[in-house]
Every structure is written in C-alpha cells, then in structure tokens.
Design a protein around this ligand. Sequence first.
Ligand SMILES: O=P(O)(O)OC[C@H]1O[C@H](O[C@H]2O[C@H](CO)[C@@H](O)[C@H](O)[C@H]2O)[C@H](O)[C@@H](O)[C@@H]1O
Length: 268
Amino acid sequence: MAESERPTHPLTTDDAWAFTASRASSTTFFFDFDGVLSPVTDDPDVSQPVPSVPGVLARLAESVARVAIVSARPVSFLRSRFGTLDNVDLHGLYGLEVWHDGEIVTNPAALEFVPAMADLSEAARTELPGEILVEYKRLSVALHYRTAPEHAAAVERWAHEQAERLGLRTQRGRMVVELKPPVDQDKGMVITESVRNAGCAWYFGDDMSDIKAFDALRAREAVDPTFFGMAVAVANTETGAEVSAAADLTLESPHAVAAFLAEGLGRF
Ligand SMILES: O=P(O)(O)OC[C@H]1O[C@H](O[C@H]2O[C@H](CO)[C@@H](O)[C@H](O)[C@H]2O)[C@H](O)[C@@H](O)[C@@H]1O
C-alpha cells in the first residue's frame, strides 16, 4: 500500500495491519491497563497482565517506533508490572506522572494535592461503608464499589460532596469513582502530545476515560490526512457499549488483545 493511501473508516483488520506495517517506523501502540492488558479483578492490588502480554509488548516495541501504557494507575504500580520492559513507556494517573530517565516525573500543578489526597483516603475509610475499597494513589483516590454495588449511589454522592468541598474533580469508571486534582490532564492530552510527529497510532481501551484517547486519534486524522489512527475497544458489560460505539474494532477480552497482537506481529 502506498504511504499516502491511509485506510478509511470503517475498515478491515487486514487493511489496518497492512497500513501499520508500511508505517512501522512512525507507529505508536498505546494501551490502557485494567480491562485491556489485565482481566478485571475484585481487588485492584492483585491485578496482573495476561501472562503473554509482557512478551508481546516487548516484541511489538522492537517492530514499531514506540509502545506506551497510558493508565489511571500510578507509575509505581505500572513499574511493578512492567518494570523489566525498558522499551515500553509508562504514563500514570492519566498523564500526571510519566516514567522518564529512571524516575517518576510528576506534573507540578498536581503536587500540592498530595496531602489533601492522603487525608481524603483516611476520611473515606472512616466515613464510607466497610465494603468500599479505598485506593490511595498519591495524587488521587479511587473509591471502588465492585463488591458492594448497592452502595454505588452513596459513594458517588460522598465523592461529589468531597469534590465540592475541596475543589477537586471526579472521574467515573468501571464500578469506581475517583477524586482527582483540578488539573487539566487526561488520556486524550497524552495522545495528542505523543502523536504530533507520528504517522500512525493505535489505542486500546475499555473505559470512559479512554474515549478521550480515541477522540485524540480522530482529531489528529482531521488535521493530518496522512495520519492513521486505530481505536480498539475491549468488550465489557459496564462501559463496553459506549467505548465500542467510539471504536473501529472491539476485541472480546484482555486475552483476546494479547492473541490479536501476537497474530499482528506476524505482519511486520
Ligand atoms: O486506566 P486504567 O489502567 O484502565 O485504570 C482504570 C482504573 O483501573 C483500576 O480499577 C479497575 O480495575 C480493577 C482491577 O481489575 C477493578 O477492581 C475496578 O473495579 C476497576 O474500576 C484501578 O484500580 C483504578 O485506580 C483505575 O482508575
């Protein structure tokens, strides 16, 4: 396929892989973590990537310009799962953190919220029902109701009251509501910045925050007729319908993502 002939949406998977292979040296693959590279678990602390994922990402990084994980998890968590992959870039907390030259670089505008987040996580543990899992992430706090969905409304209400009181923002996800600093930073902004000089990029996501990353690919296509963006959703019963509706392709599960990439690697 000639370089300028980018495939049009909707497109076949074969066309997408063929074009990507022709642009490998200017292609980036971006991945969300939970629900995409890792099956969903009740306890976020025990989540692990699908066993074949680290090997597949390492091989992919040897075939294209760049592979990056763009997650709502802290970089420290991503390092605990992917620290051995020195050719995979890590963006944490929606891009508020990035792993760069052997250290975590934090958006300075978010740093002043560290004490408030520590206090907030303590308050959540005291004030919310005991079944609610409180995940303290240094710059944000996630309140999980996966194992107690009957408390969803109360948790959402509490989160919104705290956001109002402390001047924070909320982010809804899969059986979770998160309190974040009032800093303009989302996954779409990470992608917009990262694809400025790319010829092609893929993004794999499953949650509401990933739709902004899909939008960033579309926006790049709109201003650069040679750029090709491929938005891949991973199915789930919680946010799957909305994410799939915004995607070019839907894969069934994190295991299917790993198999899809392993098959695609044969095209390079
Ligand atoms: O951007 P991501 O990497 O997808 O992170 C989004 C949230 O993922 C985690 O929560 C989700 O996965 C948990 C483990 O499978 C699950 O228990 C929970 O119900 C999901 O919402 C993570 O714990 C959150 O901090 C992230 O915001």
